[in-house]
Write a protein that binds this ligand. Structure first.
Ligand code: UDP
Length: 355
């Protein structure tokens, strides 16, 4: 089958890469198309991949971006007969790819389908984008049973498959590379913050955590996001403190995983990091009021702490006070067993064979 895999951002490249490899291993022809929301060249390269097409999108205004990206994919799709168009997650790129597939009458495969908070504003625009993907999709690849239940309630066209999340495949793919990296800042507190609905809180959280770090022996490492606006907000907030507060530019994937693996506590509003903390059994404070990954909370590693700066600091203090929790006895990662990519390929083949 001829497949178009559309990628926009860093997490999409990480989660799509194992699927592209599995499609190729199963003799499907894959075209990798990037919309350039983030530069994903180095991530794809780590998996031995590269973009085949760049869908040049000039518009940074979000509404226009959706239309431009969908239009570019439709233009390209008209000259190639794709068996399926595949996208992952909840970005504007994923929504655009789903709309293009719908217009081209090509079955759309949605990876990481069925995540819901039930609140269109949180996360915004991700909750809307997931719903756009769902109404356009034929092949819904739900990472967990909970995600499948969410989709079942929506009475959608197509077929839902529970496949696991290919983030686990990506983590296993990276394992040797991560082990080979020397440990830096072992036992640190690792912080990331970037979600659009939290932009008005980033400066105050950055200020509060950088101030509180002076009262602790632990090292606090704030890893900045590739989005320059998010970086500016964090930099505006940081106060000058001791050597134990470190501001780090966005990291290459294996370096970031090494830090995640070696740290004592994670404080983040990221979606992918919630899944990775489950895989590494790492304590996580989620800077959100709601999560579309309740599995991370049920699993026992994660807690929702909101985005009020004082409250986030109180939660960090409480988490640092007792000895680090020992999560060794937790069961397997709720997001999959590392075979999601193969299950996604089987789902696509099954659906297409029934058409
Ligand atoms: N990540 C990375 N480098 C960094 C920070 C994060 O490679 O400096 C990875 C992280 O391991 C995870 C993904 O980027 O797999 C998460 O991306 P992000 O937090 O930007 O987006 P979200 O998952 O919230 O959509």
């Amino acid at each position: 089958m001829h497949c178009l895999c559309v990628i926009g951002t860093r997490p999409e490249a990480i989660k799509m890469a194992p699927v592209i490899l599995a499609l190729k291993e199963n003799d499907h022809k894959v075209i990798v198309g990037c919309t350039g929301q983030h530069d994903v060249t180095s991530i794809l390269k780590m998996f031995g991949l590269q973009a085949d097409i760049i869908f040049e999108c000039q518009c940074r205004d979000r509404g226009f971006f959706l239309g431009e990206a969908a239009g570019n994919i439709i233009g390209h799709g008209k000259t190639w007969k794709y068996g399926t168009i595949i996208a992952q997650g909840d970005t504007d790129t994923a929504a655009a790819a789903s709309m293009a597939a719908f217009d081209l009458r090509v079955p759309f495969t949605h990876i990481e389908a069925g995540l819901r908070t039930g609140d269109m504003d949180e996360p915004r625009p991700e909750e809307r984008n997931r719903r756009i993907c769902a109404i356009n999709a034929s092949i819904h690849c739900a990472p967990t049973e909970t995600a499948k239940e969410n989709l079942d309630l929506e009475n959608l066209a197509g077929k839902v498959y529970v496949t696991g999340n290919p983030i686990v495949d990506a983590l296993e793919f990276m394992a040797d590379r991560v082990s080979a990296i020397p440990r830096e800042h072992p036992g640190c507190v690792l912080i990331t913050m970037h979600r659009r609905e939290n932009w008005d809180k980033i400066e105050s959280v950055a200020r509060a955590i950088s101030e509180m770090s002076s009262r602790y022996d632990e090292t606090f490492v704030w890893v900045l996001h590739p989005n320059p606006e998010v970086t500016r907000l964090a930099l505006d907030g940081f106060v000058t403190v001791g050597d134990n507060f470190i501001i780090h530019s966005p990291m290459e994937y294996p370096q970031f995983l090494k830090l995640l693996h070696s740290c004592r506590l994670v404080v983040s509003d990221s979606g992918g990091v919630q899944e990775e903390c489950c895989y590494y059994k790492k304590q996580l404070l989620i800077m959100r009021d709601k999560t579309e990954r309740p599995e991370a909370i049920d699993y026992g590693v994660a807690k929702l702490v909101g985005t009020d700066a004082d409250h986030v600091c109180e939660e960090i203090e409480m988490a640092l006070d007792p000895p680090a929790p020992d999560y060794k006895l937790l069961g397997p990662c709720p997001f999959g067993d590392g075979n999601a990519a193969t299950k996604i390929v089987r789902a696509i083949e099954d659906y297409i064979s029934r058409e």
